[in-house]
Design a protein around this ligand. Structure first.
Ligand SMILES: Cc1cc2nc3c(=O)[nH]c(=O)nc-3n(C[C@H](O)[C@H](O)[C@H](O)COP(=O)(O)OP(=O)(O)OC[C@H]3O[C@@H](n4cnc5c(N)ncnc54)[C@H](O)[C@@H]3O)c2cc1C
Length: 407
């Protein structure tokens, strides 16, 4: 069976789903995307980092427009609280990457999928592989036949749970607080001006976690100083006052008031004033909490089914690789589809390329989580040389684009 003319159903119309649909349409497949949300996906978007080379490839190959907006990140300033406003610089780490607004990235990828082939408000409830294909069952009662079903349905993947019923996401033991708001709301811009001179972003390490802050383009694409968004995230133990519901994030508007008070206390106790002020500017109702989970599987494919993006593997956000992994999965699909003889070869080679790499990424994320959240060192006593050694030990010979490392 050649790839050309295959009927492909993609479950999930986010980053991975839209990119996979483009990849396989280019290989001559008839692709339809089924997204459970009926109201578009743009409004929750915040910061997404991707490597410069991937960004260039996506533009070169027409996945993103040439003028796709981003904010460049060259260095990471590790700032420790002292009696100064901005804190003491512990380490300046090279981190070549590009920050994007999630909403802009999704909209650009979504535009590549013809509207007639993107079905909103369609939730997959089950599927069955047969001798000749896959029967996908949707919650509205409709059943559809495909030659190939792609699970791009994210961290809660129905496709993954049917392929790997034994693989359950594991809670990492801490959460990620997130927020962002327009830069125009900032009164004192001195810290933002300072980081702009070095294309820097900020990290505040504390006992039991750390916070990061970086600038991202606004949803209208503006990426000039004064017109971006201030985007931040803080890794910390789950607040006592917030009940988590499994792997579900606590969306903006649902964070308990008492939990938010705990968060404000953390900012007051452990952050330099200038960084605390930038984070604390965010309104309670705009803050969300994401429990950190790991999820890995032994294979990304079966005879008629394939996993992509977070549905395949959830790597911790420390690796800044959720979108990167999904996009690289899709580019790999396009490349392979142009060279293989049949579907079986496509599935085997995709699995070999992508699944093992995702497992390594997951291991890197766990090691970073242990070192930067669960078993933090005595930050204030560390020199730059100590940081370099500590970082080398975390990476254990593996590489991550975020640190300018290539395999
Ligand atoms: C609205 C939204 C906002 C996000 N914002 C950020 C952010 O600000 N920062 C960040 O780091 N990451 C964010 N993410 C996560 C990030 O997009 C992913 O980690 C990464 O890009 C991989 O994307 P994905 O397509 O594999 O998974 P996801 O982006 O999670 O997409 C999975 C998609 O599948 C759909 N879906 C799930 N189950 C079904 C089903 N049964 N039937 C049909 N459709 C289904 C979901 O509605 C979703 O659109 C966001 C995800 C979403 C959906």
């Amino acid at each position: 069976m050649t790839i050309q003319g295959l009927n492909v159903g993609v479950i999930g119309g986010s980053i991975a789903g839209c990119a996979a649909a483009t990849a396989l349409s280019r290989a001559g497949c008839n692709v339809e995307v089924f997204e459970r949300s009926s109201k578009g996906l743009t409004d929750r978007g915040s910061g997404i980092a991707i490597p410069g080379q991937l960004r260039a490839d996506l533009m070169e190959r027409g996945y993103l427009p040439r003028d796709f907006p981003n904010c460049e990140m060259k260095t990471r300033w590790w700032q420790f609280p002292d009696n100064t406003t901005q804190g003491r610089r512990l380490w300046t780490q090279a981190t070549p990457a590009f920050a994007n607004n999630w909403g802009n990235l999704w909209r650009a990828l979504r535009r590549n999928v013809p509207t007639d082939n993107y079905h909103e408000g369609r939730r997959l409830s089950d599927f069955t592989e047969t001798e000749t294909g896959v029967v996908a069952q949707f919650h509205d009662g409709e059943a559809r036949n495909f030659d190939l079903l792609i699970g791009a349905d994210g961290y809660h993947s129905v496709v993954r749970s049917k392929m790997h019923p034994q693989a359950k996401p594991e809670y990492a033991g801490y959460v990620l607080w997130r927020g962002n708001y327009p830069e125009a709301e900032v009164d004192d811009k001195s810290l933002i001006d300072a980081i702009d001179t070095d294309f820097a972003w900020l990290t505040v390490p504390f006992e039991g976690g750390h916070g990061v802050l970086y600038m991202i383009p606004d949803l209208d694409g503006s990426n000039m100083p004064g017109h971006r968004r201030v985007n931040w995230a803080v890794y910390a133990p789950c607040p006592m006052a917030q009940q988590l519901n499994g792997i579900e994030s606590v969306p903006p508007g649902a964070v308990e008031k008492a939990a938010f008070v705990e968060f404000q206390r953390l900012l007051n106790d452990d952050f330099p004033k200038a960084i605390r002020d930038l984070i604390a500017h965010t309104r309670h109702e705009d803050v969300s909490i994401q429990p950190i989970y790991d999820s890995v599987v032994d294979t990304y494919t079966s005879d008629r089914t394939l996993l992509i993006g977070d549905a395949g593997t959830m790597a911790r956000p420390h690796t800044a690789s959720g979108a990167t992994k999904a996009l690289e999965d899709a580019l790999s699909l396009e490349d392979l589809a142009g060279t293989v003889d049949d579907l079986a070869e496509l599935l085997a080679r995709y699995d070999a390329q992508r699944c093992a790499q995702a497992k390594t990424l997951s291991q890197i994320g766990r090691r970073i989580g242990r070192a930067q959240v669960l078993e933090t060192p005595d930050w204030g006593t560390m020199s730059s040389a100590d940081f370099e050694d500590w970082h080398k030990a975390i990476m254990s010979g593996d590489t991550l684009y975020l640190y300018g490392e290539t395999a």
